[in-house]
Each structure stands twice: as structure tokens, then as C-alpha cells.
Design a protein around this ligand. Structure first.
Ligand code: JHZ
Ligand code: SAH
Length: 367
């Protein structure tokens, strides 16, 4: 896996990516609704759309890209609001259907957008969470969004934010599925090519620091101060310069060395270490740092489809959560660090029995 940075578009991106069909299919391993805090987040997102200042009609049509198990769209379905999810991973789309969510099982593109316009008309809202950053032919997607959106329509999408990755050295946001790490500057550039513009930005706590981007056709709505403020902040942080990314690389290397040293020290003291959450992010940590079963005994995860399998490349067994309860390690490596609050709240027994946490973001340390 290799990362490149474009000084023209200000985009941080993978230079190669596996074919989409290898990653998104009928055995997709990530179900959005495995976290209660994410359930709450998407319920709030839905309410903010329903009560949005950009809502121009009593009968809106809402399209969502990558709706997964329906964590967001089910709130529109429940209210009887016309909606459509585009979700190529059939196993998760089926769960969404079970919640009354209407889906098309396909990869979004300009072609699909035109088909939706023919069949159902233009969209009032185009929503997406943690999926725009997954799609390499992003210019085609932006074209599709432009043709699908009503003249007064609004796009709201959120993804892990480059500013947070740089500030926290959270390099585990870089993995096969994440072809892009966006900033306000790169999003403005991308949609500017389609005569669209960024009208608001809303920082989110999810996934270790995300940004919600609000866009419309150029001139449809005033641009909020939040946009100019964030872009000024990004320039101060250096997100418009390769040198910042080179500093990130040095920080990543330091973080890796500290992490491996900590794990080795603990193991040499005879401590047992197990992972908590077989996240996509952990794939980068394990492979980049060269961590295998010599350091991490197992990884516990509540997702049935992940259990009984092995982590890609590093071959650490993924076990049911019950194993963590019945055979807890001395140290739990929090691979799902973005869910720390939720997890710490439910692991009081582990901690009161002397269990400790290893975290690597924003710094490698033991809690
Ligand atoms: P989590 C995935 O990334 C992949 P991941 C994807 N590419 C993406 O962009 C984001 O999601 C949105 C488990 N768990 O959210 C469930 C527990 O075991 O950090 C999940 O397997 N116990 C689409 O994988 C994993 O951890 C718990 O108490 O990095 C969390 O995955 C909780 C809360 C979770 O995303
Ligand atoms: N929105 C959910 C799911 C994110 S996971 C959340 O935030 O939790 C990313 C989802 O996007 C997966 O379900 C995947 O199947 C879907 N996806 C990937 N490429 C896509 C594409 N080109 N068009 C539509 N959906 C896509």
C-alpha cells in the first residue's frame, strides 16, 4: 500500500487499490450498527436533515450512498419519507431492507444517477457517510451527484478528516478501502470541477475525527463562515503542503517504533496481550508494524461474520467477544479506539480486575 499527495487538488490518496468487487460483495464484514454510539450519531444525522434549513418541501426524496445496514435511512423509512439507498454489499443491504429501507445493489456512478433520475426524479438530499472516501472514480461520482441533485438540492457527506489524521498521527485511517483522506480544500476542489460548492462544514467526533461537508450547486445558497474559517485553519495546519505529509510520515514511523517496543517489553515481562475490535484500521497497524501472534494472542470482535477468521496478513485469530470475557488478557490493545468511550463504559469488570488498555492514538500509551 502506497500513499500519494497531490499539491494541486490537496488530496491525500492511495496510489493503488484492490478492485471494488473484491472489497464490497455479499460477505462484507462491516455492519454499521455494531456500535450504540454510531446508532445515536445517525439518528441525530437523520433529524438534522429533517429539520434542515435546506429542506424545501414536505415530500423530499433522499438518496444515500453506501447505506450499509440502514443505520441512517431507516429513520427516513420510519417517517414515511421517500428514499433510496445505493449499496453494493448485498448482505448488509438485506439487513437495511429488513428495516423497510429501499436499496439498489450496485456501485454508484453517473450512469446509476441518470437511471435514478429517470425512475424516481431528482433528489432533495444526497447523503453519504464513510463511503465517498472509498471510491476511486470520485470525479464520476461527483458528476453523478450533480446530475441527480435538484437545483435546490443539498449534499451532506462525512468522512474521516485529514486534519485529525495529521494532528493525531492516526495513520490507521489509511487502509485498502480508504482511497482518499479529504479536507475542506480537497472537497472544494473536487466539487468545484462540477460547478458545485462547499456551503458548510461540521466537525464530527465519529471515527476518531470526521468532517461533514455540505454542498450545493454553485450560487444556490450562501457560503457559511465555517467554510472560510476551516480553510484558513487548514492552511495554518499546512494541509496544502507536501512537507506536512512528510512530517506525518516521520511521526508515523516514530509511533510504529514506540508501539512495537511497548508490545515487546510487555511480552518479555510475560504479560498477555489481546486485541479489542478487529477493525479495518487494525489491518494497517498489524501489517505496517509487523505484529503477529507472537505479540497479540487474539482479537475479540462482536461481529459474527468476522469470528473464526484471521486478520489479513498477520493471521491473528478473531474470536467472539465471549472469549474476551472468559479469558481476558493482561492488556487489551484497543484497535477500536474511536469507540473508546462506549467500550470503556462497558468494560468496568475488565478494569477493576486489573486489566489495562494499550492505545496508539494520539500517542502510544498504557491506560
Ligand atoms: P470501526 C469500518 O472501519 C470499515 P473499522 C469502513 N471502511 C469504514 O470506513 C468505517 O468502518 C466506517 C467491533 N466492536 O467502527 C465491531 C466490538 O467488538 O472502528 C467492529 O468490527 N465491540 C466501512 O473497521 C469494530 O469493533 C464493541 O463494543 O475501522 C469497530 O469497527 C464495539 C463498539 C465494536 O470501523
Ligand atoms: N454509511 C455507513 C457504511 C460505511 S461502510 C456508515 O457510515 O457506517 C461503506 C459502505 O459503502 C459499504 O457498505 C460498501 O458496500 C458501500 N460502498 C462501497 N463502494 C460503494 C459505491 N461505489 N457505491 C455505493 N456504495 C458503496
Amino acid at each position: 500500500m502506497e500513499v500519494g499527495y497531490c499539491e494541486e487538488s490537496k488530496m491525500l490518496q492511495l496510489t493503488t487499490q484492490p478492485a471494488a468487487e473484491i472489497m464490497f460483495h455479499n460477505q462484507y464484514a462491516f455492519y454499521s450498527s455494531t456500535s450504540t454510539s454510531m446508532e445515536r450519531h445517525f439518528e441525530d444525522f437523520a433529524s438534522s436533515v429533517v429539520n434542515s434549513e435546506y429542506m424545501q418541501t414536505r415530500g423530499p426524496f433522499i438518496v444515500e450512498l453506501g447505506c450499509n445496514d440502514g443505520i441512517l435511512l431507516k429513520h427516513f423509512a420510519k417517517r414515511g419519507i421517500r428514499h433510496l439507498g445505493i449499496e453494493p454489499s448485498e448482505n448488509v443491504a438485506k439487513v437495511a431492507n429488513g428495516h423497510g429501507v429501499l436499496t439498489i445493489s450496485d456501485f454508484f456512478s453517473l450512469d446509476i444517477a441518470e437511471r435514478i433520475v429517470n425512475d424516481s426524479g431528482h433528489a432533495d438530499f444526497f447523503l453519504a457517510a464513510n463511503v465517498m472516501c472509498h471510491i476511486p472514480n470520485i470525479v464520476d461520482v461527483a458528476k453523478g451527484i450533480r446530475s441527480l441533485l435538484k437545483p435546490t438540492g443539498v449534499v451532506m457527506f462525512e468522512d474521516p478528516y485529514l486534519g485529525d489524521v495529521v494532528a493525531k498521527t492516526s495513520y490507521d485511517q489509511i487502509y485498502d478501502e480508504h482511497v482518499f483522506l479529504f479536507s475542506a480544500m480537497s472537497v472544494q476542489y473536487l466539487f468545484g470541477l462540477q460547478d458545485m460548492e462547499l456551503i458548510d462544514v461540521l466537525p464530527q467526533k465519529t471515527h476518531g475525527g470526521s468532517m461533514r461537508y455540505v454542498l450545493s450547486h454553485r450560487g444556490a445558497y450562501p457560503i457559511k463562515e465555517s467554510v472560510t474559517d476551516l480553510i484558513a485553519k487548514e492552511k495554518l495546519q499546512g494541509l496544502d503542503r507536501l512537507t506536512t505529509i512528510q512530517t506525518l510520515r516521520a511521526n508515523v514511523e516514530r509511533s510504529r517504533d514506540q508501539l512495537v517496543a511497548l508490545l515487546k517489553t510487555l511480552r518479555s515481562e510475560g504479560k498477555r496481550i489481546a486485541g479489542y475490535g478487529a477493525t479495518s484500521k487494525s489491518t494497517t497497524i498489524l501489517n505496517y508494524c509487523g505484529i503477529g501472534t507472537d505479540l497479540v494472542e487474539y482479537i475479540s470482535d462482536t461481529t459474527p461474520i468476522k469470528q473464526g477468521k484471521f486478520t489479513p496478513g498477520s493471521h491473528i485469530p478473531v474470536v467472539p467477544y465471549e472469549t474476551f470475557r472468559s479469558n481476558p488478557p493482561d492488556y487489551a490493545f484497543l484497535f477500536a479506539w474511536n469507540h473508546a468511550e462506549e467500550i470503556m463504559a462497558k468494560e468496568k469488570d475488565f478494569m477493576s480486575a486489573g486489566g489495562k488498555w494499550i492505545v496508539h492514538v494520539p500517542e502510544v500509551k498504557v491506560l
